[in-house]
Design a protein around this ligand. Structure first.
Ligand code: F6R
Length: 614
């Protein structure tokens, strides 16, 4: 969702804020804006469209020098992405500027009260209401910290607010409820950001905030309170990645860079998992082995790409642990009154750790007394903080809006979870677990092998620049891969793409097949011969109806050759682990096809990286 930056120190606030917004732009790019405090007034500029529009405007009409400011890059919720609706929003006397991420649910009632006071609301946003309320508090004589505490106590919904007061050049004040905000701790300067990427080039020391907290940053320090003004404390931590991890490294897109980082990301995900005692260990477990042994059902909840990782996890957990697993879209979960109790383990998969649908789902699960285990890539984010156990995926920052290394490392974490449960429950012998861990450790080299042949995939993708529809077929663990391949193509190339379980085709979707339709087929490894042969039959069926079959099949699989119009070879790996290699060509295909169509691959239209509204 929206990206937020705040700064107070000795540097040019404009430079720090704009640079921070550049790194936050993946969170939303419908509009961008900045407010600086200079000589007792606010200097503000805000523009619809990408950050580049704001930068151009500032180049043409310079803002005054300032060392304190806030900025925002927006993913629109209330009101269209226009200059007027862009943040920051100001109070009616232009004393207070605020930026906001989230949704203020009671904004309509608050707006009526503000209008009753004779204030004209100029935008369609809920944020402007907060600006007026804050300014009214300031004008009643309160300082910005107190004003923020008072106003937040009246707001309902999920929000991060960051504000400056024209008459107070020494403090930036922020608040959060169910929406991300971190503090960057510097020397003689401090920072605020939706995530640490906002300030990573200046400091790697960060402070995590709790729910319903207000934070005041000055040049000298940081003060945290509750909404009621009671003193509170954040949790300090060191960020274990640096600026270079957030740069493109010579690639045209962050997404492409992140695809090529996957061998390293998968290797990092596997690091340090085996203890000196030869047993697997997770990152944080606040659950005893006895509690885990009592688990008799697992429900995996996630959205989008993370949901597909959950589908793969189901195959692994059921096979290795013999525990029944349901996989559920987080947005649907709590509305169907799911059957949960203390012996249900809910596994929440989220790259960002802030996805509102997933967060609300785990809260529902915890109220029902279920244990929650998070698989997450973002240290200190809300979902792992509210869970009983965590496996971090250690992929490093994922900036491209379309998830790639996030997905592959989620798969690794899912396999590790399955093996960990098998270890605790005793459903697999230790040597079997070690053997699978060794197979996982071989995966970075296999992924690299696929990446080394990226040009083959690129050439194929460019052939389809005018395609209007692409189908993806898979079976077993290859089925979620097909769904993921289709999702990547939809979100990046904006073309109709659908993934199917190959066996389902004949029950309806085969009617879509037409002369020349490209059908990407994920062929299972041959160890499971029945599965493999059934997939080959499915491929024959679509080819007989005119489809052009683009097949991903392991080296040495000759059975597929007569039915593949194009054949891309995958390394030989066990069927259950095949998603780790089979997904990669599909990522490359979508990235290259979208590039050839002239799309912005890192910032596809209508999307945002971290979806913090339900
Ligand atoms: C697709 C994509 C999204 C996310 C989904 C969940 O490429 O990135 O579908 O997977 O929004 O996000 P997280 O994993 O952050 O909860």
């Amino acid at each position: 969702m929206c990206g937020i930056v705040g700064y107070v120190g000795a540097r040019s606030a404009q430079d720090v804020v704009i640079e921070g917004l550049r790194r936050m732009e993946y969170r939303g790019y419908d509009s961008a804006g900045i407010a600086l405090v200079a000589d007792g007034t606010l200097a503000v500029d805000k523009r619809a469209g990408k950050l580049a529009n704001l930068e151009k405007a500032i180049d043409e009409r310079a803002l005054p020098a300032s060392t304190i400011g806030i900025g925002h890059t927006r993913w629109a919720t209330h009101g269209a992405p226009t200059d007027v609706n862009a943040h920051p929003h100001l109070g009616s006397h232009g004393r207070l500027a605020v930026v906001h991420n989230g949704i203020i649910e009671n904004f309509a009632a608050l707006r009526d009260r503000i209008e009753d006071e004779g204030i004209t609301v100029v935008s369609e946003t809920d944020t402007e209401i907060a600006a007026h309320l804050l300014e009214l508090q300031l004008e009643s004589g309160e300082d910005l910290t107190t004003a923020m505490q008072r106003v937040c106590s009246r707001l309902e919904g999920a929000f991060t607010l960051v504000a400056v007061d024209a008459q107070d050049p020494d403090r930036v004040v922020a608040a959060r409820r169910n929406s991300p905000l971190v503090v960057g701790l510097g020397e003689g300067e401090n920072f605020l950001g939706s995530d640490v990427a906002a300030f990573i080039e200046h400091t790697r020391e960060a402070l995590e905030l709790g729910q319903d907290q207000v934070v005041t940053i000055t040049r000298e320090g940081v003060e945290v309170t509750g909404f009621d003004g009671s003193p509170a404390e954040g949790k300090q931590y060191h960020v274990d990645w640096d600026l270079s991890a957030a740069e493109k490294d010579g690639h045209d897109w962050f997404m492409r860079k992140e695809i090529f980082e996957q061998p390293r990301a998968v290797a990092d995900s596997l690091l340090g998992r085996m203890g000196a005692d030869g047993l697997l260990q997770l990152d944080e477990v606040r659950l005893s082995d006895d509690e885990l042994r009592d688990i008799d059902k697992i429900i995996i909840i996630a959205c989008g790409t993370s949901f597909y990782a959950g589908m793969v996890a189901k195959y692994a957990i059921e096979h290795w642990c013999r525990i029944p697993v349901e996989v559920e879209l987080a947005s649907e979960f709590r509305y169907r009154d799911p059957i949960l109790n203390y012996s249900t383990l809910v596994v929440a998969i989220s790259q960002s750790g802030e996805t509102a649908d997933t967060l609300q789902a785990i809260r529902h699960a915890r109220v029902q007394k279920s244990k929650v285990l998070a698989i997450c890539n973002t240290n200190g984010s809300t979902i792992p903080r509210e869970s009983d156990a965590v496996i971090y995926t250690h992929a490093g920052p994922e900036i491209g809006v379309a998830s790639t290394k996030g997905f592959l490392t989620q798969l690794v974490a899912c396999y590790l979870l399955a093996l960990y449960l098998a270890q605790v429950k005793g459903t697999r012998y230790g040597d079997e677990i070690h053997q699978i861990v060794r197979q996982l450790e071989a995966m970075p080299a296999h992924i690299q092998d696929v990446l080394d042949r990226a040009d083959e995939v690129y050439a194929l993708a460019r052939e389809y620049v005018d395609a209007t529809s692409v189908l993806f077929l898979g079976r077993h663990a290859g089925y979620p891969v097909a769904l993921e391949g289709a999702l990547k193509l939809k979100e990046l190339a904006y073309l109709h793409a659908e993934g199917f379980a190959a066996g389902e085709l004949k029950h309806g979707p085969i009617a879509l097949v037409d002369e020349g339709l490209p059908v990407l087929c994920v062929v299972p490894s041959r160890g499971r011969d029945q599965l493999h042969d059934k997939m080959v039959s499915g491929i024959q069926e679509v080819r007989a109806r005119g489809a052009r079959t683009l097949c991903l099949a392991e080296v040495g699989d000759t059975a597929i050759e007569p039915y593949a119009d194009v054949l891309f070879r995958l390394p030989k790996v066990p069927t259950l682990l095949q998603p780790l290699v089979a997904t990669v060509p599909l990522q490359l295909f979508a990235c290259e096809l979208a590039t050839a169509k002239g799309h912005d691959v890192d910032q596809p239209r209508n999307l945002a990286k971290s979806v913090t509204v339900e």
